[in-house]
Ligand binder design. Structure first.
Ligand SMILES: NC(=O)c1ccc[n+]([C@@H]2O[C@H](COP(=O)([O-])OP(=O)(O)OC[C@H]3O[C@@H](n4cnc5c(N)ncnc54)[C@H](OP(=O)(O)O)[C@@H]3O)[C@@H](O)[C@H]2O)c1
Length: 358
C-alpha cells in the first residue's frame, strides 16, 4: 500500500510503498476513507512539536472502514465505518499512561517511560495511508456513517471530539457565555461549533485572523468576534464588552503563542465560580495569583484528547445536524504529493480544512 512515511524527524515526509498491514490480536485493519491533515503538520514533521516514534507511517485521527479484525476484537466489525482516535491508553486504572499513535504526544507529564515506548513500538502506525492497523480500543464505530453524504467533512470528527472533550470539562450549561481563545484555529473553530450545539447563549470568538473571525460570526447570531490585539488589558476590555459582562466558561485552544497574554486576557473576564479549560498548545507558564484564583473560586482544568464515549456523542450530534459540517470549507488532497498537501494544510485557517482521501 501507499503511505506517508517519516523515517526520522529530519528526513521529511515521503510517499512510500509499504507492506499492507495484517490483522492481529487486539487490532483492526482499516481502509482509510478520509483523514484531516492538521494545519501544524508541516511544523510537526520538522520537529517543532516534540518527538515522534520513528520510523512510522504518520497521521492521527481519520475515518475508515474496517476490513479485518483480530480474533479477540469485538468493539468494531468488518464493514463498520469508524473513527480512529489514535489515542491509546495503557488501561492501567491506578496509573494510566497514554500516547498518540502516528503522531507526537505522550500524556501525563509528557515523559516517555518503558510502557509508553512499548505501546508506540507495538503499534507503530498512522492514518495518512491507504490502510492502517489500529488497536481496537482507539476505534469508535459510527452507526449510520456509511450513509454520510460527505466523508471529506466527516474527517473533522476527531478534532470536533477533542473540542467536545474541552466543552464537557468546562461544564457548559445552556445559556452560558463562553470565550474561545484561539477560535481562529481548527481546534478553536471546532470548539465554537460544539459550544453552539451545547446551547451557549453567547460565544465570543477571540483570535487574530480576521477572515476566520468573519467566517465564525456568519455561523450564528450568538457568535461575537473579537480581534486579538496582544495587549492583555485592551483584549480583556474588548472581551468584556463583547460578553456584556463576564464569561461563565473560557476554553483556550491557542497554538504556541509567544506569551501568555491572550490566555490571561480570557482568564481576566471569567466570572466568580467560572471555569477555564486549557486544550491548546501554549508552551508558556501562566501568571495566576493564588489569592485571585482562591477568592474568585475559579476552576482551571486541562483537557487532553477525549474518551470514546465523547467521540460517539459527538458523532450523534453531527448525525442529528446539531453540529453542522456545512460550516466547513474543505480542500481534498490525495497521497501523491505530501509536501504540497502539508503546504496546503498550513495555508488554511479555522473552519477551512484539508482532507486526505487516500
Ligand atoms: N489538548 C488536546 O487534546 C489537543 C489536541 C490537538 C491539538 N492540540 C493543540 O491545540 C493547538 C491548536 O490546534 P489547532 O489544530 O487549532 O491549530 P491551528 O489550526 O494551527 O490553530 C492555532 C491557533 O493558535 C493561534 N496562534 C498560533 N500562533 C499564534 C501566535 N504567535 N500568536 C497568537 N495566536 C497564535 C492561531 O491564530 P491565527 O489563526 O490568528 O494564526 C490559531 O487560532 C495546537 O498547538 C495543538 O498542539 C491539543
Amino acid at each position: 500500500m501507499k503511505a506517508w512515511t517519516l523515517t526520522s524527524l529530519d528526513a521529511g515526509l515521503t510517499l512510500e510503498e509499504v507492506p499492507d498491514p495484517q490483522p492481529r490480536s487486539g487490532g483492526a485493519v482499516l481502509r482509510m476513507l478520509a483523514v484531516q491533515v492538521p494545519a501544524y503538520t508541516r511544523v510537526l514533521v520538522a520537529g517543532g512539536r516534540g518527538g515522534i516514534a520513528t520510523p512510522t507511517v504518520l497521521g492521527v485521527g481519520g475515518i475508515g472502514v474496517v476490513e479485518a479484525v483480530g480474533d479477540d476484537v469485538h468493539a468494531v466489525r468488518p464493514g463498520d465505518v469508524v473513527m480512529s482516535s489514535g489515542f491509546l491508553s495503557s488501561g492501567r486504572v491506578a496509573e494510566p499512561e497514554e500516547v498518540l499513535l502516528g503522531w507526537t504526544g505522550i500524556g501525563g507529564r509528557g515523559t516517555a517511560t518503558g510502557t509508553t515506548d512499548a505501546m508506540r513500538r507495538t503499534w507503530r502506525t498512522g492514518t495518512f495511508a491507504e490502510r492502517a492497523l489500529m488497536p481496537a480500543s482507539t476505534l469508535i464505530a459510527l452507526p449510520g456513517a456509511e450513509d454520510h453524504p460527505d466523508l471529506a467533512r466527516l474527517a473533522f470528527l476527531p478534532w470536533l471530539t477533542i473540542a467536545a472533550g474541552a466543552v464537557e470539562r468546562g461544564d457548559l450549561a445552556a445559556g452560558d457565555s463562553v470565550v474561545v481563545a484561539g477560535a481562529t484555529g481548527q481546534l478553536g473553530g471546532a470548539t465554537v461549533l460544539l459550544a453552539l450545539a451545547a446551547g451557549a447563549g453567547r460565544v465570543v470568538a477571540f483570535g487574530r485572523n480576521r477572515a476566520s473571525l468573519e467566517r465564525l460570526a456568519a455561523l450564528d447570531d450568538r457568535v461575537v468576534p473579537v480581534a486579538a490585539l496582544a495587549d492583555r488589558a485592551a483584549d480583556a476590555a474588548a472581551l468584556a464588552r463583547a460578553l456584556g459582562g463576564d464569561a461563565d466558561v473560557v476554553v483556550d485552544a491557542l497554538g504556541p503563542a509567544p506569551t501568555s497574554d491572550l490566555t490571561m486576557a480570557a482568564y481576566d473576564v471569567l466570572r466568580t465560580d467560572g471555569t477555564m479549560v486549557l486544550v491548546g498548545g501554549v508552551r508558556q507558564s501562566l501568571p495566576i495569583p493564588y489569592s485571585d484564583l482562591m477568592h474568585r473560586r475559579l476552576t482551571l482544568r486541562g483537557s487532553w484528547m477525549a474518551s470514546n464515549e465523547t467521540a460517539y456523542a459527538t458523532w450523534r450530534q453531527v448525525r442529528a445536524g446539531l453540529v453542522d459540517l456545512d460550516a466547513l470549507q474543505v480542500t481534498t488532497v490525495g497521497l501523491n504529493d505530501p509536501d504540497q498537501a502539508l503546504a496546503q494544510a498550513e495555508a488554511v485557517r479555522g473552519l477551512e480544512i484539508v482532507t486526505l482521501r487516500p
